[in-house]
Ligand binder design. Structure first.
Ligand SMILES: Cc1cc2nc3c(=O)[nH]c(=O)nc-3n(C[C@H](O)[C@H](O)[C@H](O)COP(=O)(O)O)c2cc1C
Length: 363
């Protein structure tokens, strides 16, 4: 058995000692919804605990919304460790949102300081807060003031290469009461292009005392271990690749000696545990299996129209790891109903399909 739990890691102090697994899913608009989380959870080791995001939730809207009917905020009763992400900068709305989210089951609240869309830049939220360190700290302070659960911040690198700025900025958030930081070390200008600079995660670890979650360009279970080793981060976070390869949780869990997932998705028709997919062909088949499971969950939670939109977006983002993934995407784009999509997926995966370990994450 490989040594599991990173000895130097403070992941345990995220959510008071509960986190014992080195990987979590990243918050992603349009992708990190309840249906994807449940698929990832179906591959998650039975004895592991990590934190789980939501899609970004708008603090100006949450107070007026019925969270059980808001697709971005839907959750399942079997989900634990939920740390929803909010976007905001005004205390009244943040306070009302946090109260509602804690009642909904949030175990922590994450503040988005990485969203680079134009609207965020104009209205001083998302990554725009990184241009205003004092106010960014104030947003943390106002959230902490109104929250009984820990508050974290997800951010990008400052102006590229400007580590002094980043460390001062994060120092301000720490003083304001942030319980941990997730760093996606790309600048706002880079959006999601270029390479994430993991050295910034390592350097940040050296200068702050709260836990740091490292994020950016993790594609495989090996990458998780590599990032932990290179940066000493307390926890890693994967977005696009974990959406494409949700069984990365299972692969990593097995390598680290965790118990197998407690789900029929990892069992064969006799109820026996299957072998963890490793080869390109095994992973290709697993992509098909996990996609069919995603379709199943989407049908439960979303209206037909929304499910189709979200599923197309999911496939567009993740099919880049499949050989001829664009063919899958074009067939799914032509299908008009969820049932037609399901048939197209079954047909596509009725022959062996290869999945590559890595792709150049351009999206
Ligand atoms: C489609 C998409 C939507 C995203 N939306 C959010 C978001 O709402 N909040 C956030 O903090 N980051 C968001 N991100 C950034 C991811 O959380 C993550 O930082 C980024 O994708 C890098 O991680 P990766 O290389 O593992 O994908 C989004 C990324 C993608 C691909």
């Amino acid at each position: 058995m490989i040594e599991v739990r990173h000895p130097a890691s403070k992941a345990g102090s995220i959510l008071n000692g509960k986190v014992n697994f080195p990987l979590c899913l990243a918050p992603m608009v349009g992708l990190s919804h309840v249906a994807l989380r449940l698929v990832v959870r179906d591959y998650f080791p039975a004895d592991a605990f990590t934190i789980w995001p939501t899609e970004m939730l708008n603090s100006w809207k949450i107070p007026r919304e019925d969270l059980a009917k808001t697709p971005e905020a839907m959750r399942s009763d079997r989900e634990v460790g939920l740390v929803p992400q909010i976007l905001g900068n005004e205390e009244l709305f943040i306070a009302q949102s946090v109260k509602k989210l804690v009642e909904w089951g949030a175990e922590g609240i994450d503040i988005n300081m990485g969203c680079p869309v134009q609207k965020a830049l104009r209205h001083n939220y998302g990554v725009a807060l990184m241009g205003d360190p004092d106010y960014a700290a104030e947003v943390v302070r106002m959230t902490v003031r109104n929250s009984q659960v820990p508050v974290s911040v997800k951010l990008r690198a400052g102006k590229q290469g400007d580590f002094e700025f980043l460390s001062r900025f994060v120092g301000g958030l720490e003083k304001a009461g942030a319980s941990w930081i997730s760093l996606h070390p790309r600048s706002a200008e880079q959006k999601r292009r270029g390479k994430a600079d993991w050295t910034q995660i390592a350097r940040l670890k050296e200068v702050i005392s709260i836990p740091v979650i490292g994020n950016g360009d993790i594609q495989t279970a090996d990458d998780v271990l590599q990032m932990m080793k290179e940066t000493s981060c307390d926890l890693t976070m994967a977005g696009r690749a974990l959406a494409a390869r949700p069984w990365m949780m299972w692969q990593l869990g097995e390598r680290l000696g965790f118990a197998p997932p407690d789900s029929d998705l990892v069992r064969d028709s006799n109820g026996d545990l299957r072998k963890v997919p490793i080869t390109a062909i095994e992973e290709g088949a697993e992509y098909g299996r996990s996609l069919l499971r995603l379709i199943l969950y989407m049908k439960v939670y979303f209206t037909e129209d929304l499910a189709i939109r979200k599923l197309r977006f999911h496939i567009r983002t993740t099919c880049v790891w499949l050989l001829f993934g664009h063919t899958l995407f074009s067939r799914v784009s032509k299908a008009k109903t969820m049932d037609e999509i399901e048939l197209a997926v079954q047909h596509f995966f009725s022959v062996p399909v290869e999945m590559t370990e890595r792709t150049d994450l351009r999206e």
